[in-house]
Design a protein around this ligand. Structure first.
Ligand code: 13P
Length: 247
C-alpha cells in the first residue's frame, strides 16, 4: 500500500498560491509516498497544469451527488474530473456542520465519485462532547457504515479520521487514542468490504504538522494524513511528505 499525504487547502488560496506548489515540487520531486493537494475548486485546473508531468495529484474538497442539472453554485464530479481532479474529499466535518451534510448525503457523493472513476476521501470524526461521553467508536463506526459507497475498494476509497476537536486547534489525540481508532476502523472496514479492507488507506487528520508527523505516522494503521493549515506552506507540507516517506 502506498501511503498518502493529502493537503486540504479549504477556503484558502488564489493564483499567487501556486508558487507554494512549485516550491513543493522543487523540494520533493519524487516522494516515496503519494502527494495530493485539494485546493479550492477555482484553482483545480491551474494546479493540475502546474502538476502535469510531476507526481503531485490534485483533488477537490466536495462535489454534488448528481451528474448535472439545476443546482446553482454546485459542481459535479464530471466537472471536477474535467478540471483535473483525481480525488474528491466528501463528508468533511466542516461540510457536515456548515451545510448539514448527513451520512446518506455523504454516501451519495462518495458513490458519485467512485462511479465516475475517481477516488473518494471519506471523512469521519467525533466531536469533543462525543469523545468526553465515551462515544467515539460508536459515532465513527456509524459514520463509516453510513458513508462508505457500494463497491468500495482499496483503490477507489480512502478513509480520513479527523476528530472535530483536533481540527485547526493545535490539539491532537494521544498516539494511543489514534491507534485505538485506526485499528477499530480497520476491523470495521473488514466487515464492510472484506479482504479489500487491508489495503484501504486510513488517514489521520487534525493539527498534523512537521513536529508531530513522525510520531503519528509510526502509529499502526495510520496510512497517511489529511492536512489542513500545514498544507498551505510548501516547507511545512514538504516536511510532512518527507516524514511519511520515511515511515
Ligand atoms: P488542520 O490540519 O488545519 O487541523 O485541518 C485538518 C483538516 O480538517 C483537514 O481536512
Amino acid at each position: 500500500m502506498k501511503k498518502l499525504a493529502a493537503g486540504n487547502w479549504k477556503m484558502n488560496g488564489t493564483k499567487a498560491s501556486l508558487a507554494e506548489v512549485s516550491a513543493l515540487l522543487a523540494a520533493h520531486p519524487a516522494p516515496v509516498c503519494e502527494m495530493l493537494l485539494c485546493p479550492p475548486a477555482t484553482l483545480i485546473d491551474r494546479m493540475a497544469e502546474t502538476a502535469k508531468g510531476t507526481t503531485l495529484l490534485v483533488g477537490a474538497q466536495d462535489s454534488h451527488a448528481k451528474p448535472q442539472g439545476a443546482h446553482t453554485g454546485d459542481l459535479s464530479v464530471a466537472m471536477l474530473k474535467d478540471a483535473g481532479a483525481t480525488h474528491v474529499i466528501v463528508g468533511h466535518s466542516e461540510r457536515r456542520t456548515d451545510h448539514g451534510e448527513t451520512d446518506d448525503l455523504v454516501r451519495a457523493k462518495a458513490q458519485a465519485v467512485v462511479d465516475a472513476g475517481l477516488i473518494a476521501i471519506v471523512c469521519i470524526g467525533e466531536t469533543e462532547a462525543e469523545r468526553d461521553a465515551g462515544q467515539t467508536l460508536a459515532v465513527i463506526g456509524t459514520q463509516l457504515d453510513g458513508s462508505i459507497p457500494l463497491g468500495a475498494t482499496a483503490t477507489n476509497v480512502v478513509v480520513a479520521y479527523e476528530p472535530v476537536w483536533a481540527i485547526g486547534t493545535g490539539r491532537t489525540p494521544t498516539l494511543s487514542e489514534i491507534a485505538e481508532v485506526h485499528s477499530f476502523l480497520r476491523g470495521r472496514l473488514r466487515g464492510l468490504v472484506g479482504e479489500e479492507a487491508a489495503g484501504v488507506r486510513i488517514l489521520y487528520g487534525g493539527s498534523v504538522k512537521p513536529s508531530n508527523a513522525t510520531d503519528i505516522f509510526a502509529v499502526p494503521h495510520v496510512d497517511g494524513a489529511l492536512v489542513g493549515g500545514a498544507s498551505l506552506k510548501a516547507a511545512d507540507f514538504g516536511a510532512i511528505v518527507a516524514a511519511l516517506s520515511a515511515a
